[in-house]
Write a protein that binds this ligand. Structure first.
Ligand code: HEC
Ligand code: HEC
Length: 103
């Protein structure tokens, strides 16, 4: 099979799409919320309605942790404990938008 100009265009597009994909996934490196006693209060708030072992498959599939409930605690405690934000940290609430829970 001969590779003509249109084939090269197609290959180029695939390469570009792959490149963008890898570029985006590389940004998902934001630190997770540590799963330690300090952060237990946030985990507990988020997962307090978690489906138990006997929950139906639907309850599990549609379950979302209560992130907003968990975020309430982040900033006040970090302020109180003087946990520094890195310079230029994108500020304010919605912490969980970037900092994910560990499972
Ligand atoms: C009760 C206090 C407290 C609460 C609530 C809390 N934090 Fe923290 N957090 C700390 C302290 C203290 C540290 C630094 C020491 C450590 O890692 O435990 C820390 C560290 C971190 C780190 C850095 C971890 C690392 O690997 O360097 C991130 C990210 C973080 N917290 C995010 C959050 C988010 C998001 C929330 C809300 C969902 C939250 N924290 C709620 C006290 C708290
Ligand atoms: C728009 C995304 C975004 C939001 C919202 C956000 N952060 Fe961050 N945070 C980052 C990035 C990016 C870093 C840089 C270092 C890293 O975590 O990889 C960072 C770093 C941190 C660190 C220092 C981690 C370390 O030890 O290097 C802490 C602590 C932290 N964030 C806490 C919070 C808290 C608490 C909130 C909510 C009040 C919050 N962040 C909201 C993106 C975000």
């Amino acid at each position: 099979m001969k590779i003509d100009k249109r084939d090269w265009m197609f290959i180029a597009i695939i390469v570009v799409v792959l490149g963008i994909f890898i570029g985006i996934s590389g940004k998902e490196k934001t630190k997770t919320v540590p799963n330690n006693p300090m952060h237990k209060i946030s985990y507990d708030a988020a997962f307090k309605n978690a489906p138990g072992p006997d929950a139906s498959i639907f309850q599990r599939a549609f379950y979302k942790p209560d992130k907003k409930g968990a975020e309430v605690y982040c900033e006040p405690c970090h302020k109180e404990m003087n946990v520094p934000f890195p310079p230029g940290h994108p500020a304010k609430n919605r912490c969980m938008f970037c900092h994910k829970f560990k499972r």
